[in-house]
Design a protein around this ligand. Structure first.
Ligand SMILES: Cc1cc2nc3c(=O)[nH]c(=O)nc-3n(C[C@H](O)[C@H](O)[C@H](O)COP(=O)(O)OP(=O)(O)OC[C@H]3O[C@@H](n4cnc5c(N)ncnc54)[C@H](O)[C@@H]3O)c2cc1C
Length: 476
């Protein structure tokens, strides 16, 4: 019997688990997929929004501003890269200026610091690659960037190092109310807990309905992206948004913390909660819109495209509340959910306290997680030191991103352990370069097979039946 089960291993479930692991509690995170960060937390813009966008007085506004102020500390403790690059919303006309002034006013009401409108001359200096037609911009110096899946992996890893349990491949199918709390059921497997946190992303309404709460609904809104090679990351330094119109925030252009250039997302409402395919139409739209803002984006240097699904709720705000004794919904966490996530975790824990959860601090709690070693970022001295400690750091497996065997083994061995090719990719960047794994995936398969003690043909790309080697072509 657990004290708490958290359904969903995204950034929200992960940071709630991490916060709770500071207390003397028996915690279990259950996740339907083969790895963590497989929902929206693995495929978004990675922007820690300043907080001028949400309507004053909403949970979105309050938790965005608080969350983004907490993020630098969270990132430092978890060894996750975070960069305060600032963001700007660009305007092309006097009509746009009126919208920007509205956003400025809203930001000030929400408590965002240092917001101001900048004019053409200053803009040219700040971002020379912007279109000459840009007239003015709202500058938000507190806007920042982070790697969303690195944050999720690190939060869950830290929670596990502090005693939380992670149950993967556990799609929750049924919930039963018991005398002491809840029974959470997946096929033949069943777990029990006194309290349940529903952090199941786009499936949050379905999970709530299993527990008898059909008071809200969520629909998926697709967001597609194009990711460009690292040599393009310096084209701009701020995150560039377009003045929002009837169609929302539009296409943004941003450097990533790893030095790539990210362009997107589209915003299309769909029915299927699992459909993360990219479309030709979407990618063309991204290119045409982005070129209006930054004309010289070198789309020829594209290395991949991907898609994430926003959890759009029917209330217009985050839905974070208790719906029954011991049951907390943390749902409809669309943007700015990543930015708000550290604050959402604290808010959810306050709700648990109101529900009677007794919180006793654990002396052994350690909020610090050693960063994932990054060989290519180390100085020559540090590299030599790493190789001296473990010669596997001297053996480069992914040549595009300079990732060593030592880093891949770390990813497979430490919490939450990488179990497939994509899991290694998200933790180390191996296969994330220009060749997209063409050269290194065979070696990574070998390491996964050896470490998990499974045959080569049982190693998958991303869990399920995504097998890579399906038979021998010849005997050698
Ligand atoms: C295109 C896009 C762009 C965005 N950009 C930004 C941004 O720049 N800045 C920002 O602040 N926010 C952004 N967001 C929002 C942000 O990504 C989300 O708010 C955040 O990731 C939500 O995290 P989560 O943990 O609630 O959901 P998720 O990450 O979706 O996690 C939910 C988890 O629950 C699991 N699950 C679902 N059903 C079940 C079940 N039955 N049993 C077990 N597990 C289950 C899923 O597999 C998933 O892993 C963006 C979102 C999208 C889609």
């Amino acid at each position: 019997m657990y004290d708490i089960i958290i359904i969903g291993a995204g950034v929200v479930g992960g940071l709630i688990a991490r916060e709770l692991s500071a207390y003397d509690l028996n915690i279990c995170i259950v996740e339907k997929e083969h790895d963590v960060a497989m929902g929206a937390s693995g495929a978004n813009s990675g922007i820690v929004h300043a907080g001028y966008d949400a309507k004053p007085g909403t949970l979105k506004a309050k938790l965005n501003v608080l969350g983004s102020s907490l993020m630098p500390k969270v990132a430092r403790e978890l060894g996750v890269k975070y960069q305060n690059n600032g963001s700007m919303v660009i305007g092309f006309s006097e009509d746009d200026r009126i919208v920007l002034e509205g956003l400025l006013k809203r930001g000030l009401q929400n408590g965002v610091k240092d917001l101001r409108i900048v004019e053409q001359d200053e803009l040219r200096e700040l971002e020379p690659a912007l279109s000459k037609d840009v007239l003015c911009a709202l500058l938000a110096p507190t806007g920042s960037i982070i790697c969303p899946y690195e944050l999720t992996i690190a939060a869950i890893g830290n929670a596990m190092d502090n005693g939380a349990h992670l149950e993967l491949d556990f799609p929750v199918e049924k919930i039963k109310k018991t005398e002491e709390g809840y029974e959470v059921i997946s096929g033949e497997k069943s777990l029990q807990a006194k309290y349940v946190i529903n952090a199941a992303g786009v499936y949050g309404d379905d999970i709530a309905a299993m527990a008898g709460d059909d008071s809200f609904s969520i629909h998926p809104r697709r967001g597609e992206y194009i990711l460009l090679d690292r040599e393009c990351g310096n084209l701009i330094s701020h995150t560039i948004f377009r003045t929002p119109g009837k169609m929302g925030k539009g296409i943004l252009i941003t450097p990533t913390v790893d030095g790539n250039l990210l362009v997107g997302p589209t915003a299309v409402d769909i029915e299927d909660k699992d459909n993360t395919e990219t479309t030709q139409e979407g990618l063309h739209y991204i290119m045409s819109q982005a070129r209006e803002n930054v004309p010289d984006i070198p789309f020829g240097k594209t290395i991949t495209s991907f898609c994430g699904l926003r959890s759009v709720g029917n209330t217009g705000d985050f839905i974070i509340k208790a719906s029954d004794t011991g049951w907390i919904n943390v749902s409809a966490i669309e943007s700015p959910g990543l930015s708000a996530s550290p604050a959402i975790a604290l808010y959810a824990i306050d709700l648990l306290k109101e529900q009677g959860l007794n919180l006793v601090k654990k002396e052994s709690y350690d909020p610090i997680r050693e960063p994932q070693h990054k060989f290519h970022e180390a100085s020559m001295e540090e590299k030599n030191e790493m190789i001296k400690k473990n010669p596997a750091y001297g053996k480069i497996v992914c040549r595009c991103e300079t990732v060593s065997e030592g880093e891949i083994l770390d990813a497979i061995r430490r919490n939450p352990k990488a179990r497939d090719l994509d899991g290694v990719k998200r933790r180390t960047r191996a296969q994330m370069g220009r060749c997209q794994g063409g050269f290194c995936s065979a070696q990574i398969i070998e390491l996964l097979a050896r470490e998990w003690n499974i045959p080569y043909d049982k190693v998958t790309k991303s869990g399920g039946d995504s097998y890579i080697n399906i038979g021998r072509t010849k005997e050698v």
